[in-house]
Design a protein around this ligand. Structure first.
Ligand SMILES: [Fe+2]
Ligand SMILES: [Fe+2]
Length: 515
């Protein structure tokens, strides 16, 4: 008898943040207000999401892929466990793995103060979440707290906790990988479709993320994904990046492998996944679901303004106030001391950037794009900052709309071609176009909704090249060299001015830098 397709829901990075932790005051603002997560409304967002999931009749299975609470706070664990039990009472089977945010670091915010609060230790998590998966497991791995559970006839969950690999990174120890292989062999011998989840990603959601977020990838991810692909696993549900994404690789042996990333449920875009695994058809269908339960405020708008506001405010602060920038840049892991020291050098550039309009760049890139003014008249007054913000939003939200026939795409790629031609003439092999292009349009699989055929690599649509290569690199270099020759006699004066600038800046902020 053919096995029925299996419906299930995946949520991730709930970062449960009880209002008892404090949602105002300077200490809270410094740590959290400029974050992608909307922590102050996390309780309401999660209650609404859980109420919606409880009513969703399509599936009785809910998977949660780690970062259950914000920072390990014990009473946040207690409060979200009560919510998870309500889901169970509504007839759902809940399967949880925990991750690095679930132990050790909890704080309460009171005015200017950040006070430690009792937090779970890693070893507490085993007992705290035992009823959400391990209690129903077929096999349990003591060291990693990973487990295998039967979801339905023919479908087996591999809930793999990758918070520690024993070598100071996320991932799995050799012993844990041997256990995973043993469990895969057993599942395959019993003709099961394997549904695996970890917390950390094994494929970067964009080339940009691969460059700046390397430390956020699962330790040993390149080896692990090849192993899984060649052991007959074709997909993995992950979280951690807070980015909505579906990416794939083809292993050296030619096997396709997808990383399906579910974003955080408490920050933009604030979605969860509904998935249908079909063992007979060998497919996995995925959708993204927004929280639509009524609240006394517009949650989607609140997620967007938290995120939009964060990116815009950081750029505006960089252009207007070094101390403000030093406070806000913390959201991007830039240390305040660093931004206080060098922010003044960045300020003129940020000021220029906030005033720069798309129309100006369209003129610079006319030779590369071939666009006439009437082709971009509707966007010529848009600011470059807004465009950059929209790209960052797309990075988190998934799909990017600027296909190769749009003026936005042509202008952006034209500019990248100019930069690449300059890098080439300078002997730099690195290219910026491949780094930024995936933020403009989705050349691969839709990140929100897709039906993945697991039997082989997907066939992707091909687009014709719409932007010419740039020949401006040698000219820009020649002008730069000429300027350098003209300014050569002034170099000691310029160097002196920079030194004085540093000194004045150190004196202005010496107390802040020292602190
Ligand atoms: Fe997270
Ligand atoms: Fe995480």
């Amino acid at each position: 008898m053919p096995t029925k397709p299996l419906h299930f829901i995946v949520i991730s990075d709930t970062h449960y943040y009880s209002k008892r932790l404090g949602t105002e005051g300077r200490a809270y603002e410094l740590d959290n207000q400029k974050s992608q997560k909307l922590l102050a409304r996390a309780e309401e967002a999660l209650r609404a999401a859980f109420a919606q999931i409880a009513k969703d009749g399509r599936s009785d299975i809910v998977l949660l892929s780690g970062d259950v609470v914000n920072n390990g706070e014990m009473f946040c664990h207690e409060e979200i466990i009560a919510l998870l039990r309500e889901l169970q009472e509504a007839g759902k089977r809940v399967f949880v793995i925990t991750a690095t945010h679930d132990y050790d670091e909890g704080h309460i915010y009171e005015g200017d103060k950040k006070i430690q609060t009792p937090s779970a230790k890693r070893e507490d998590l085993r007992e705290l979440y035992y009823e959400f998966g391990p209690a129903q497991s077929l096999a349990y791995h003591e060291e990693s707290y990973s487990y295998v559970a039967q979801l339905a006839e023919g479908y087996r969950l591999f809930a793999l906790n990758d918070d520690k690999n024993g070598e100071g990174r996320s991932g799995f120890s050799r012993e844990a990988i041997a256990w995973i292989k043993e469990q895969i062999d057993d599942a395959q011998a019993n003709n099961q479709m394997i549904i695996p989840m970890t917390h950390h990603p094994v494929i970067a959601p964009s080339p940009f993320y691969a460059m700046i977020g390397k430390g956020d990838m699962m330790g040993g991810h390149e080896t692990f994904r090849e192993q899984l692909a060649d052991w007959g696993i074709s997909f993995l549900f992950t979280g951690h990046t807070h980015i909505q994404d579906i990416s794939f690789i083809v292993s050296e042996q030619g096997n396709v492998f997808y990383d399906v990333s579910t974003p955080s449920l408490v920050g933009y875009p604030g979605t969860y996944r509904h998935a249908i695994a079909d063992k007979n058809a060998n497919t996995l269908a995925i959708t993204a679901e927004h929280i639509t339960e009524p609240l006394d405020f517009d949650l989607q708008e609140a997620f967007e303004s938290q995120f939009f506001g964060m990116v815009r405010d950081v750029i505006t602060a960089a252009a207007t106030s070094v101390p403000r920038f030093s406070e806000m840049a913390r959201a991007f892991s830039i240390k305040p001391r660093m931004s206080l020291r060098f922010g003044w050098l960045l300020k003129p550039l940020a000021k220029w950037l906030t005033r720069l309009k798309i129309g100006k760049i369209a003129k610079w890139t006319k030779a590369e794009t071939g666009l006439r003014p009437e082709d971009y008249s509707h966007i010529k007054e848009d600011t470059v900052v807004d465009f950059i913000i929209s790209l960052v939003m797309r990075l988190f939200g998934g799909d990017a709309p600027y296909t190769p026939d749009t003026p936005q795409y042509k202008i952006a790629i034209g500019l990248l071609h100019i930069l690449d031609s300059l890098l080439k003439i300078c002997g730099v092999k690195f290219k910026v176009r491949p780094l930024v292009e995936p933020l403009l349009y989705n050349a691969g699989i839709c990140d929100a909704e897709a039906v993945l055929d697991l039997s082989g690599p997907p066939v992707l649509p091909e687009f014709e090249e719409t932007v010419r290569e740039s020949r401006k690199g040698p000219w820009i270099l020649a002008v730069a060299v000429l300027l350098l020759i003209i300014l050569l006699p002034l170099i000691p004066v310029i160097a002196l001015c920079v030194c004085i600038g540093f000194l004045v800046n150190e004196l202005r902020f010496w107390r802040k830098i020292r602190n």
